[in-house]
Every structure is written in structure tokens, then in C-alpha cells.
Design a protein around this ligand. Structure first.
Ligand code: R1P
Ligand code: URA
Length: 289
């Protein structure tokens, strides 16, 4: 089967539509970050940089760190961008862009998100590192795909019941990260977490500035929720999409979080820049260890 031009979209030079990249420009290990400026913060630690590209929110550098070829790219904020970024990353390795056909032999990428998060638990303080073992997505992305084979339905069901989740919102979905990669990136310096991903930073994460919330008790209910001994630890905006798209496409993913805020204590990191710098250094070292 050959893809129609409207489905697999290429730029006039033959690169993939949004990422603006050619297959040979992508490394087998990909670090994704929300903030385009974080790409430079990471690639400046590389021993060499072979490529720099930028289109929309996607800033992409490919280079080498301690002998490992790595692509670092920004996705901007939210799982809507993750759908685009991950579909095109996969197309770069698993679709022959010239023949417009799926390759017979598929390649699995190693993908590491390095991002910020807000803890919803007293015992997970600001300035700590959290590795997401699982994610619960409130974003609905997985419901557009045939993902039933790996979504944890009993967990999602328990969550809906316990939190009285409104049916006006997308049905939550529960998905795991890659166990091997999680293990590789974890240590005594990291806290294991169960991450909730939502579609916004303010109302969707229970923040009130000038607008009142549809459910003022949402964060309290998230905090109280427990199933099979597991509790939700933190809130951010990409991990469920990253884990879901990776499972669908056959890639390995882990989400590394710098805890910049604690929603229980009301604290925010006094030096989020340094915290991120430390998480980047930690993650790069773990990746090549
Ligand atoms: C919100 O401030 C952003 O920060 C977190 C959230 O997931 C969202 O993208 O991640 P990044 O620091 O990677 O952007
Ligand atoms: N990123 C988020 O999405 N939420 C927070 O509270 C902090 C960082």
C-alpha cells in the first residue's frame, strides 16, 4: 500500500512535514523536551553537533554524547503536539518516504522525555527527580487509536468510580512506560511516580487565578485516589501521550520529571533552571552508563 500525499505529507525537499527532517538526520535515541530553549541547553553538552533544524515548536539538534548518537527535540506543550511529533518520528524510521510504503523491518526508537512537573504529594518535594512508571491521560489522545490491547481498563475504571470523573471530560486512560528504560534511568536519586497528564496548566491542573473550576475538589480527589497500592504522584502535560504513542508504534519511552512545584505545600522551586540542568546531566549520564 502506498500512502496518498494528503496522509503522509512531505515538504518539497522530501523531508517530513512538521519536523522538517530526513531519516538520516534522526538518531536511534531521542530526547524530547517541551521548551525549545531546552534543546540548546542539552546539545551544548554534546561532544559534537551534526545538525540543527527548527520549524514551528520543533527545534531539533542531532549530535553525540560520550559516543552515543542522540537527537534532542522540542515538542512544545501538550499531547496534541506529541501525536504529531511521535507519528513523524516513527515515519522517519519505519516508512520508506520515497516509496511511501511501510518498511518490512521495523525499528524501535529509545525515547526519553526530560520535562518539568508539579507534585501533588507532600512526600514528593520540589527539586526532586521523578521517573514516571505509569501515566493516566485525561487528554483523550489514545481514544482516537486502536489502543485497547495495552490500556489498563480496570485501573481507569477504578479511577472514574473513585473520583466521580465527569463524563463531560475525556475518559481517562492508563498506560505504562518501558520497564527496561525506566529501570535504566532510575536510581536512589529518583522517585518512582504515577503521572497524571492533562490538557492544560491552569484549570485542567486545578489552578485558580481569575476563573472558577467546574470541580474544585479535582486535585483533592486525585490525591485520595488509590488502586492496587498505587497513588497518583504528579501532574504534567505530555507523558500519557508519549507512553501511549510509543506503545502503539513499538518504541521504548521513559518520562523524566524535574519537580518544580508542589501543589500540596504551595511551593515552587527557588532555582528551576539549576534543577533542570541537574536532571539533564543526570539523564545524559544514565543514558550512556
Ligand atoms: C507546562 O509548564 C509545561 O511544563 C511541563 C508540562 O508537561 C508542560 O509542557 O513540561 P516541559 O517542562 O517539558 O514543557
Ligand atoms: N508543569 C506542569 O504541567 N505542571 C506543573 O505544576 C509544573 C510543571
Amino acid at each position: 500500500m502506498s500512502f496518498k500525499p494528503s496522509e503522509l505529507i512531505l515538504n518539497s525537499d522530501g523531508s517530513i512535514y512538521h519536523l522538517n527532517l530526513f531519516p538520516e538526520e534522526l538518531a536511534p535515541t531521542v530526547i524530547t523536551v517541551g521548551d525549545p530553549e531546552r534543546v540548546t541547553q542539552i546539545s551544548k553538552l554534546f561532544d559534537r553537533i551534526e545538525l540543527k533544524k527548527q520549524k514551528r515548536e520543533f527545534t531539533i539538534h542531532t549530535g553525540e554524547y560520550s559516543g552515543k548518537r542522540i537527537t534532542v527535540m522540542s515538542t512544545g506543550m501538550g499531547t496534541d503536539n506529541i501525536d504529531i511529533a511521535f507519528t513523524e518520528l516513527d515515519a522517519l524510521v519505519n516508512i520508506d518516504l520515497k516509496k511511501k510504503e511501510i518498511k518490512e523491518e521495523l525499528t524501535s526508537l529509545e525515547i526519553i522525555r526530560i520535562g518539568t512537573t508539579g507534585s501533588i504529594r507532600n512526600e514528593i518535594p520540589v527539586d526532586s527527580f521523578l521517573v514516571s512508571e505509569k501515566a493516566i491521560g485525561f487528554d483523550g489522545l489514545m481514544h482516537f487509536y486502536n489502543a485497547s490491547a495495552f490500556l489498563d481498563e480496570s485501573f481507569a475504571h477504578a479511577f472514574i468510580e473513585q473520583t466521580q470523573w465527569s463524563s463531560k471530560k475525556a475518559k481517562p486512560y492508563v498506560v505504562q512506560g518501558d520497564q527496561d528504560l525506566i529501570q535504566k534511568m532510575s536510581s536512589s536519586q529518583t522517585i518512582p511516580g504515577f503521572t497524571a497528564t492533562n490538557i492544560g496548566f491552569y484549570g485542567p491542573q486545578g489552578r485558580v487565578l481569575r476563573l472558577s473550576l467546574a470541580d474544585e475538589k479535582m486535585n483533592e480527589r486525585l490525591n485520595k485516589f488509590a488502586f492496587n497500592g498505587q497513588v497518583i504522584t504528579n501532574l504534567e502535560m505530555e507523558t500519557s501521550g508519549i507512553y501511549g504513542m510509543s506503545k502503539l508504534l513499538g518504541h521504548k519511552a521513559v518520562s523524566m520529571n524535574a519537580v518544580v512545584a508542589n501543589r500540596e505545600t504551595g511551593e515552587f522551586s527557588k532555582d528551576p533552571g539549576k534543577l533542570m540542568e541537574n536532571l539533564i546531566q543526570y539523564s545524559l549520564e544514565k543514558l550512556v552508563s
